[in-house]
Design a protein. Structure first.
Length: 77
């Protein structure tokens, strides 16, 4: 797989994972949401944060996704 194809795949996977994390959080499945958000960050932290920021229409900040994870109580599990 070429570099451009790999980057496109990573972006798509990060995007899907971010939206899954949001849906799980909305459904009250906080631990699952944290797991998916962390998975998106493991793929590409900057892309995951950008996708999350766009999805929830927040002002751009480099730690929006990390703050979302923290708000779900990631440290209290």
């Amino acid at each position: 797989m070429g570099r451009k194809a790999r980057e496109k795949t990573q972006r798509a996977v990060a995007d899907r994972t971010v939206y899954l994390a949001l849906a799980l959080a909305q459904a009250g499945r906080r631990q699952d949401a944290v797991r998916e958000a962390k998975a998106a960050m493991a793929i590409d932290p900057a892309v995951a944060n950008d996708q999350f920021t766009a999805a929830v229409r927040m002002p751009p900040k480099p730690d929006n996704l990390r703050q979302f994870i923290a708000s779900l109580g990631a440290g209290s599990e």
